[in-house]
Design a protein around this ligand. Structure first.
Ligand SMILES: [Zn+2]
Length: 191
């Protein structure tokens, strides 16, 4: 019988679960912890390791697939695996009624994941995930961005919105102004 299940983060395991870099697995049949690795190979282009194991107690064999998990540290102190789906559902809420399709949401979540992974730490505070969402969302849809930012930054007054909108306007004006354009004007013959 082939029995495969995906492991969570090595970090998230109970203390003492890791022994010389090797996760101690419980047998799915008898829950015994002494299982011997009989085969180990990389899968998903090295993103995960598939291990064939044999239980020392009941002798049954099973397979584990281990992949390092990017953990998100929530304000409550609890960690959970980074989930692109969670990014998508959070942003989708902010995009309600906006012309943002599923494809754009997936692309945004992909960018967020890349930004978060590029940070180089295995445990990211949840507010940094939110921060990584703001930039791409601003490019995608300004209304959705305002909605998301208002929750993420806990806007408490109209002034908070006004300030954010002023920033958006300034940024938009900055992009629109082409320096060559300005240099051209006034430099020519007076008309
Ligand atoms: Zn067993």
């Amino acid at each position: 019988m082939s029995f495969a299940y995906r492991l969570g983060s090595v970090q998230a395991g109970p203390p003492g679960a890791v022994e010389s870099g090797e996760v101690r697995m419980r047998c799915p049949f008898c829950r015994h912890t002494d299982c011997k690795v009989i085969d180990s190979r990389e899968v998903d282009e090295g993103a995960a390791t598939r291990r064939r194991r044999s239980c020392q107690a009941c002798g049954k064999r099973f397979t584990t697939v281990e992949e390092p998990v990017l953990a998100v540290l929530k304000r409550s102190g609890v960690t959970e695996p980074f989930s692109r789906d969670k990014v998508v559902s959070g942003v989708r809420r902010a995009c309600q009624g906006r012309p943002v399709d599923e494809d754009a949401l997936q692309k945004l979540a992909h960018r967020v994941e890349e930004a978060v992974r590029a940070g180089g730490t295995a445990e990211i505070p949840s507010h940094e995930v939110g921060l990584a969402i703001l930039g791409p969302l601003k490019e995608l849809d300004e209304v959705a961005y305002l909605r998301f930012a208002s929750v993420y930054r806990s806007f408490s007054s109209i002034e908070d919105f006004e300030k954010e909108i002023a920033d958006l306007r300034r940024a938009a004006a900055g992009e629109a102004a082409d320096p060559r354009d300005r240099a051209g004007r006034g430099a020519g013959p007076a008309g």
